[in-house]
Design a protein around this ligand. Structure first.
Ligand SMILES: Cc1ncc(COP(=O)(O)O)c(C=O)c1O
Length: 411
């Protein structure tokens, strides 16, 4: 319903739907002992050496003022080395802006390249915040479905068909939130070809770059030399080092673009939090075992979630995530109930919090997003409850196993 004040608000904000993730969080708070799979947020704490570096920066009196808008030079230097080493992006310190998480880097990128009415192509399902950023810039999101049967891979042919004279950019996240898809080098080279042919920008969100499984590899499209002039890439410390609340990330673009992007970054942030910049420096320069530990934990939680989903095969069908810490099963039970009704009922009646797929673009309908960046006990708690809720426990469950056995399936 329209609020009395809404009439005075901008069309930019009025067109934006409320966040389904926050809505599920709000509803979950009203219920005791929820099994919570709704957030893509690391549940581990920030490693000790990173916390200590922040305390030292405060004690040394380094954290009280602004830094230059691009960030402290020593951090930009370390980021530039990381981009060379890990992402194979040919970068200098001057091509980096330290940002308030990846999100502010993406917002500044969108504001810097999108004019009102410009079209931005989104392979969907995708992270809803990106769509909102384009709407806030008065751009027009254009949705192009990914190939669900093939693990939500990019469909380059469909993307090419969606390009019009108004298309300004393609925006994606890989590894993907919510599907866990990882776009491979071959696909991204094909995407680069069409971006070059049609003179488009590519805006990337590489927040989950370190969380990739089963031998798949992260590929940064800006590492293709011809793409450097047209790619704006955002990265973050949030996921890699469990630093959600520190609000620290960075973006990279070709040197001539940086002064223009800075014109968007400064009104959005002035600079990234300085204490977090010192913490980020310790994260990059310090031991990296924590990242391997986080990855091992997520892989193992993913395997558990897939196994539990296999046992709920009358309710969900799923694609095994190659990366991130999210999965996006299709709901096959409940005769195609819409995802919001489904997730709300699951929360109310089974005390399991998931996120309705519709939040991630129109073809997200009929899915529920589940996060496996939780302790394995939380995965088990959620699936035990779902088994009970869908009445697949006890006798019925063993009957199902017998039937599977008859078909020659695994016991
Ligand atoms: C794809 C993606 N990008 C960015 C973010 C947020 O990143 P940051 O905390 O660095 O702003 C999230 C958080 O869930 C995400 O899923």
């Amino acid at each position: 319903m329209e609020n009395i004040g809404d009439r005075r608000m901008s069309n930019r904000v009025l067109q934006i739907q409320g966040s389904a993730i926050h809505e599920m969080t709000r509803l979950s708070k009203g219920i005791d002992d929820v099994a919570f799979l709704s957030w893509a947020k690391p549940t581990s704490g920030t490693p000790e050496h990173i916390r200590s570096a922040a305390i030292k920066a405060i004690e040394d009196g380094k954290a009280g003022g602004y830094s230059s808008s691009g960030g402290i030079p020593e951090l930009r230097r370390s980021i530039s080395e990381k981009l060379h080493r890990i992402n194979h992006i040919d970068s200098t310190e001057g091509e980096i802006i330290v940002t308030v998480g990846a999100i502010e880097g993406l917002a500044a990128s969108v504001m810097a390249v999108i004019d009102p009415g410009d079209e931005v192509i989104f392979p969907i399902p995708t992270y809803s915040t990106h769509i909102r950023q384009v709407q806030l810039a008065s751009g027009k999101p254009v949705f192009v479905p990914t190939d669900e049967e093939n693990g939500f891979d990019l469909d380059i042919g469909v993307i090419e068909k969606a390009i019009t004279s108004r298309t300004k950019a393609i925006m994606y996240c890989s590894p993907n939130n919510p599907t866990g898809a990882v776009y491979g080098e071959k696909q991204l080279r094909e995407l680069a070809d069409i971006a070059i042919k049609n003179d488009l920008f590519v805006i990337t969100d590489e927040a989950y770059e370190y969380f990739i499984y089963d031998g798949h590899e992260h590929f940064s499209i800006a590492s293709i030399p011809e793409m450097k002039e047209r790619t704006l890439s955002s990265f973050t410390f949030t996921k890699t080092y469990a630093m959600t609340g520190w609000r620290i990330g960075y973006m990279h673009a070709d040197a001539p673009l940086i002064p223009q992007i800075n014109k968007a970054h400064i009104p959005l942030a002035i600079c990234a939090p300085v204490v977090s910049q010192y913490a980020a420096l310790a994260a990059l320069d310090g031991p990296q075992d924590c990242v391997d530990e986080f990855r091992d934990h997520y892989r193992s939680a993913r395997d558990l979630m897939c196994k539990r989903l296999d046992e709920l095969d009358q309710v969900f069908e799923y694609q095994r995530p190659k990366g991130a810490y999210l999965m996006f099963p299709r709901i096959i039970a409940d005769d195609g109930a819409d995802s919001t009704t489904f997730c709300k009922a699951l929360l109310k009646d089974a005390k399991v919090s998931t996120t309705p797929g519709i939040a991630f673009g129109p073809n997200g309908e009929g899915h529920a997003r589940m996060s496996f960046c939780v302790p394995e006990a939380e995965v088990d708690k959620a699936f035990d409850r779902m088994e009970e809720y869908f009445n697949l426990d006890g006798e019925k469950q063993s009957q199902k196993t017998v039937e599977k056995g008859k078909e020659g399936g695994a016991p």
